[in-house]
Each structure stands twice: as structure tokens, then as C-alpha cells.
Design a binder for this molecule. Sequence first.
Ligand code: HEC
Length: 393
Amino acid sequence: MPERIADAPWLFWLLEAVHRCQVGLLQLWHALGLSGEVDGQPAWPWAQRMAGERLLQDLGQARQLVWSLAAVAAVLVLVGVAVLWRRGRPWLLAGALLALVLAPWPERQVVLASAVPTSFHRNPLPFTDAAIVQGAALYQRQCLRCHGEAGNGQGPDAADQPVWPPSFSGPLLWRRAEGELLQAVRHGMQDAQGRTTMPGFAAQLSVPESWALLHFLRAQAAGQLLRATGSWAQPIALPDMPLRCHRPDKLQVRDWQGQRLRVVSSARVQDVAPDPRMVTLWLPQPGQDAAHLPDHVDCAVTSGATALQALGWINAGESVREVQLLADKAGWLRARNGRGTESWSDDDLLCRTTDAPAAARGQTEEDGLTRILRRMDAEPLGYVQGGRVHGGR
Ligand code: HEC
């Protein structure tokens, strides 16, 4: 299965095209007044949708789909010409018929998945430290009893459920469409017999609260993946956080998009060596004052305990004290140095697209940090969620 975009680039073009067509159709339907809104966004009016995520797992069917689409395009051209060119008409129409018959139509159950009105919804909340912390509090109140402290499905009530709650410390939250996760949280889940397997929370949670919960689930899952595998096996963004910077036009993390970022949470911020290759964000510890912004760091994070807590979830549930985090130009967290030193090793690159060890990539004289920065730039991240392609190519 091509987990990586580089493995089958044509497939990602296909997924993107399929996704865009569906979103276009949804917007058209909504604009024509044929479908309403649900949970604040246009509702998908059909019971099925194209299942891009399954095509990803079945390259053979994906190829068949491409050939079938090519056949449809050929039919349109042939019919178009037939309308204009009288004498060639019988041959052109016969050719069109032949293309339709010979097209290797893919299997319905592979190409189509059942859909809900929120299937194409996108999380409208920015991924911020505040949203993660808000989600964490809601999780403890509503979800922990089944899904467990670590989100691994080991809550105190888990054994009493008709099916065991799933573990979030796997690819689940990255594969399922965001809007379908929202549906599960708000309206619950049923098994094939229609029995409720997970209760819905639409009565207890507002729509924005439900979205904040999904942000938290992802931060928690990234941290648990880090704990279990030693890597951020699924991509996780550096949360947006409020900043105070020397440059007055920079007010939050996302204002630095396009730059490499380093988050430093050190008791001795004066010892952090400035590095012109990255923007340095200082994350003050309790008792440190963000108002005293040293000259050699670019910004201080001003949300205090909220930022520490949110990053703690992503950092395997552990404190980020004396930890340095690196985010790439697209905003994904890529590397962590938890040793409280200034020297980096290849193993600190925790989110990577290739597994080749540094030795196999040619010995270089470069230091560890330079190598990490080079790989961050050279290996952009991407993944497919609910058939939608996110990120790099
Ligand atoms: C009473 C127990 C219980 C509670 C409380 C509960 N869940 Fe679940 N949850 C389940 C079970 C069981 C499943 C698996 C259902 C299935 O696969 O049919 C599940 C599945 C899920 C899934 C996976 C959806 C998917 O597409 O596979 C998500 C996401 C989820 N729960 C989120 C939450 C959130 C967020 C909360 C708190 C608002 C919550 N759950 C509260 C029992 C619970």
C-alpha cells in the first residue's frame, strides 16, 4: 500500500481530482438550494461518496478507475465529434459504445463508501493550544470512561460496551474523514444490526466543542504514538499559539508559515545559541516571564500553562521542560531533542518519510542539526484522510 506520496504520484492526483469534483458538486447543490446545512456547513445529500481512501489500498482498482475515466472522456469526445460530423457518425458512435463496454469498470464496493451529511465537513477551528486544552477537559468529562486516560480504549467502562472502544494510538484519526469522526462523536455509532455501540454527544456538546475534542484526540494520539513507537508515526502540526515577538507583525505561530521553527523550553534561555536558519520561539516555564524577551530569541509564547499543557500531550504526555522541538516550513513537527543539549542526532528526526538510516545516505561532515534541517526540507510530509490529500508532493 503506498503510504507515501512519492510511491504513486499519479494516485494522489487522482484522489485530489476525485475529492475536488465531489466538493464542487456539494457546493453546486448547496448553491442551488438543493441541500441545506448541518452543523454549520453544507450537507452532503447522498448516502454514498467516492472512497478515495480505499483506492489508496487497492492500486489495481485505482488503475481501473483511471482507465474508465479515460474511456468516459473518449466517449464524450467521440459523441461531440459525431454531432458535428454526419458522415462519420455511425463509426464514432460505435467507437463510443465500444469504449464504454471495454472500459474496466472498478468494483462498486471498492470505489464507493457510505456517507453521512457531514462527510465533507472540515474542522473550522484552527489547531491551537487553547483548542487542544479545551478538548482535553471535555475528553476527561465525557469520553475517558470508555476511551481511557491514554486514548487506547482502556477506560474503566470499556469492558461493559457491546464492542471494545478503539485505540486512537494508530492511524484511525488520520485515515477517517474529519466530518465522519464528527458524526461519530455527535450521533454515535451503530453496528450492522442497528444496535448502538457508541452513544452520541450532540446533546452534551456544542459543534465547536466537538471539533475541539477532535483536535485534542489527535494531539493525544500523536503523543501516544510517540510513546509507543519512538516516533511521530502520523504527522502532527505545531499548534498555533499566541506570541510576543521583536517583529511587531508576528502575533502567532501561523504568522511564521514558510519558516522553520524551533520551540525552546529551557530554564536557561540565555544559553540557547541563536541560529539564523530557524525562527526561535521561547516557551517560558512556570515562573519565567514572557515579558522579558531576550534579544537572541525571536519570540516568546505568551499562553503560558495552556501552551505547556498542549505541547505536553504531543510530547508523549510528558513535560516539555528542557525540550527543543523543530517544525518544518509547512508547520509539521519533525524533530525533538529532549536531552537538554544543543547537539542533535539523526534519531531526533521523529517524523520522517523515509527510513533510510543516515549511514546509507552517504557519510557527511555535516552536524546532526544540519542533516535534520536538510531532510525536513527535502522530504515534505503528506497523508490521505478520507480520500483527501493533505500536504506535500
Ligand atoms: C459509553 C462508552 C463510550 C463513550 C462515553 C465514548 N465512546 Fe467513543 N466509542 C465507543 C465505542 C464502543 C466505539 C467503537 C464503536 C464501533 O466501532 O462500532 C467508539 C468509537 C469512537 C470513535 C471512532 C469512530 C470511527 O470512525 O471509528 C471516535 C472518534 C470516538 N469514539 C470518540 C469519542 C469521543 C470524542 C467521546 C467523548 C465525547 C467518546 N467517544 C465517548 C465508546 C464510547
